[in-house]
Ligand binder design. Structure first.
Ligand SMILES: [Zn+2]
Length: 199
């Protein structure tokens, strides 16, 4: 059942501190589990509704940028790093080679011009809490000059190895999660995009 406003938990940051407001833990009546064959008690259900506070920290800029139609990556600019200039996507804060903080860069144009499918998996059965349309077309994406592979999902058409794809962003009613980023084959028209998404 959808929760009322009084049953939801809200969080804001004021003066550098997290300020939770509302309800974060809701308990419902439990139910017994009986063995239908013997009539004996086997256990109980344990309904718990918990709102988890997920702090993005240094990755917040990545999720905020998605809502504005921008794909951010990070680049190591440390002169002493053997792999200076390496670009990482998924966005990661620290260089895995020298452990120094990397520089956030706008990778949107480069992604539009060079993203291609490295591999893919089509999933017909999802886990709990899935909100993506089934079957889910998970794709691993390669970009020019990026040393890592990004996992995302294809929203239009079917995946193929080496297929050129372009990023799309949920700029209308963003969720501020990784679901705000998806990909479609190059040449897809704006009218084919899922609701709320733009190029
Ligand atoms: Zn480095």
């Amino acid at each position: 059942m959808p929760k009322t406003e009084e049953e939801k938990g809200f969080v804001s940051v004021i003066n550098g501190r997290y300020k939770p407001k509302g309800k974060f833990h809701i308990i419902e009546a439990n139910q017994p589990i009986f063995n239908k064959d013997t009539g004996k008690l086997a256990g109980v259900t344990n309904p718990r509704d918990m709102t988890y506070i997920h702090s993005y920290g240094g990755e917040a800029i990545f999720f905020e940028s998605l809502s504005k139609g921008k794909l951010m990556a990070t680049r190591c600019d440390n002169d002493k790093c053997d792999f200076k200039g390496s670009i990482h996507l998924p966005f990661r804060i620290y260089c895995p080679d020298c452990l120094r903080k990397m520089t956030a860069i706008d990778f949107t144009m480069k992604a539009k011009n060079s993203a291609r499918i490295h591999s893919f998996i089509i999933t017909h059965r999802s886990g709990a809490f899935n909100t993506l349309k089934l079957p889910i077309k998970f794709i691993n994406i390669e970009f020019d000059d990026v040393v890592t592979i990004l996992m995302s999902y294809l929203s239009v058409g079917d995946p193929e190895l080496e297929k050129r794809v372009v990023p799309i962003f949920k700029t209308k009613n963003p969720t501020y999660t990784i679901m705000d980023l998806s990909f479609v084959p190059e040449g897809t028209s704006e009218s084919e995009l899922p609701e709320g998404f733009t190029f």
